[in-house]
Design a protein. Structure first.
Length: 206
């Protein structure tokens, strides 16, 4: 898929869904304000295409709970049943359509991870930034958070080398199927994917 076709597809579809889902977005926002309080949105700087930082927006899914020293409690203690529902249904991801409309993200591509991971990637793993990050991606429909980091990055690089319009359509279809089945949300025994600490055998520093 050429850059222009992919970008036009992203703009038209993200705008369509933002308009179509606006009542749902409002309802979710009100529920978050009621159950979790303010802020409604979670904002964080993530690496985009070529590793350039941008501000990603999601619906907040965790409580703002801290320990006696003011540090956030572990994810498992801040997560609520409502937050689990938002993640399992992927409703927390819907505000990222705004990032797609702005051009920070694409509908399909490697998921934007944390800025602190950038120096930990091998040269091959860093290639995931050769395309715009996506709301969903090839790794998400092949295991999401239930696979290892190394498997996730292998899927990301495969997408970078093979992406086209028909593959993107397949990913979007499989994403809808995964969301309804609620598959691969987390790794067993964890409410979120464990933090990436680098792949020793492929580390840039070796």
């Amino acid at each position: 898929m050429t850059y222009m076709i992919k970008r036009l597809f992203d703009v038209l579809l993200s705008l369509f869904f933002l308009i179509l889902l606006s009542p749902l977005l409002l309802i979710v926002a009100l529920l978050i304000r009621w159950k979790l309080g303010a802020p409604i949105l979670f904002r964080q700087i993530r690496p985009g295409m070529n590793g350039q930082p941008f501000e990603m927006v999601k619906f907040r899914s965790m409580r703002d709970a801290t320990d006696a020293d003011g540090y956030p409690l572990p994810d498992a203690e801040r997560m609520t049943p409502f937050g689990n529902f938002l993640r399992a249904s992927s409703l927390d991801e819907l505000p990222e359509l705004w990032n797609v409309l702005k051009g920070d993200m694409s509908l399909v591509g490697p998921r934007p991870l944390l800025m602190e991971y950038l120096p930990l990637y091998s040269q091959e793993q860093y290639r995931r930034h050769e395309v715009r990050p996506g709301v969903t991606g090839w790794a998400q429909v092949n295991g999401r958070n239930a696979i290892s980091w190394e498997e996730k990055f292998d899927f990301d690089i495969w997408y970078v080398d093979n992406h086209n319009f028909f593959l993107d359509m397949k990913v979007l279809f499989l994403t809808a199927k995964k969301v309804f089945a609620r598959e691969g949300i987390t790794q067993q025994g964890s409410v979120a994917m464990p933090r990436f600490k680098g792949t020793v055998r492929n580390s840039k520093n070796n």
